[in-house]
Design a protein around this ligand. Structure first.
Ligand SMILES: [Zn+2]
Ligand SMILES: [Zn+2]
Length: 355
């Protein structure tokens, strides 16, 4: 039996590098040889047992932000060839439940994501349904292609938020928040304001896409600052990309009357925000949520990258060998300068890309 190296989350807070069988593909699947797999904030959550439905999936190889090449094709795969540069829609929905049949596959009652609920790409190979595969255009680098999945989530949130040209968007959070801000800018939002607690990342946000940044480490009150920057009106749209009740409460307070809060940051299961319901009525404030990207978001993000409407390259800090996954997870918490770290089963030594 052919085997491969894989990082297996064997229990909460413990990854083990194991030699495991290479996934056997069915007729409707392809095998992807992983070149890069990005570390997501949610991998830190899975590692720490933050989400109950994911703990239930342990032991599990996580890793869902991957780019690779096709190694093997199932019989039914069409339009693909061995060696193709690809990434994949990680969402697997059933197609027959109530939500799937009314066009809400992200809410599928048996929704699963590759690398979150089923084995993913912190390994040499990952298997994927062939219909989920997207070919990567030549203009998009391997490293950037590993950033497609998080960008699909940003794009999906951007669609749901549906901001109008020339309106103010505040993004709370300066991790993936920077890319939410970049999407808002690409849509013509103005001003785009990023609130964060990491001066280096805020500097990058300013250089890449933000008109204004609010650094809470200076003691600035983000609600007061947004009010000041919007002449006392408040933001037309606020996107929460942190995942904590305190930032949701702030987001709601800095929203203008009639404004819309786009919920993106995932709070712990037992974390509750306190919001005044009267403002849904008397101030007509709105909330919508967006949990992930799906299907067509992959194609659209690849187009945005190909034509450089969005470019996450400056956010990719370094590449580490597969062996260093657990170390890198901790480093991401400790080292303020790191943003996106890619794991690769193909490299022996770390490679610094941006600092
Ligand atoms: Zn992710
Ligand atoms: Zn379904």
């Amino acid at each position: 039996m052919k085997t491969m190296r894989a990082q297996v989350l064997t229990e909460v807070r413990h990854f083990e590098l194991k030699e495991v069988p290479v996934p056997r593909i069915g007729d409707d699947e392809v095998l992807v040889k992983v070149v890069y797999c990005g570390i997501c904030g949610s991998d830190w959550g899975s590692y720490n047992g933050k989400y109950a439905d994911e703990v239930a999936c342990i032991p599990l190889t996580t890793g869902h932000e991957f780019f690779g090449t096709i190694e093997e094709l199932g019989q039914n795969a069409r339009g693909l060839a061995v060696g193709d540069r690809v990434t994949a829609d990680i969402c697997v929905s059933c197609g027959t439940c109530y939500h799937c049949r009314i066009g809400e596959p992200l809410l599928c009652s048996s929704f699963q994501q590759i690398g979150i609920h089923t084995d993913g790409a912190f390994a040499e190979y990952v298997k994927v349904p062939w219909k989920n595969i997207y070919k990567v255009p030549d203009e998009v680098s391997d490293e950037t292609a590993a950033f497609v999945e998080p960008l699909t989530a940003c794009l999906n949130a951007s669609h749901k938020m549906d901001c109008m040209i020339g309106r103010c968007v505040v993004v709370i959070g300066c991790g993936l928040g920077i890319m939410h801000a970049a999407m808002a800018r690409a849509r013509g939002a103005a001003p785009v304001i990023v609130v964060g607690d990491n001066p280096d990342r805020l500097k990058l946000a300013r250089a890449m896409c933000a008109d204004e940044v609010i650094d809470i480490t200076t003691g600035a009150d983000p609600v007061a600052e947004v009010m000041r920057l919007t002449n006392g009106i408040g933001a037309d749209y606020v996107l929460e990309a942190v995942g904590h009740h305190s930032t949701y409460e702030q987001a709601f307070r800095m929203l203008r009357r009639g404004g819309k809060l786009e919920a993106f940051g995932i709070c712990a299961d037992d974390d509750y925000a306190s919001l005044p319901p009267a403002q849904f009525v008397l101030a007509e404030k709105k909330i919508s949520g967006s949990c992930a990207g799906i299907g067509y978001d992959w194609g659209d993000v690849l187009t945005l990258l190909k034509y450089r409407r969005i470019d996450p390259t400056p956010m990719i800090s370094m590449v580490v060998p597969l062996e260093e996954l657990e170390t890198a997870l901790h480093e991401l918490r400790m080292n303020q300068k790191l943003i996106k770290v890619l794991v690769s089963p193909l490299v022996k030594e770390r490679r610094i890309l941006n600092r």
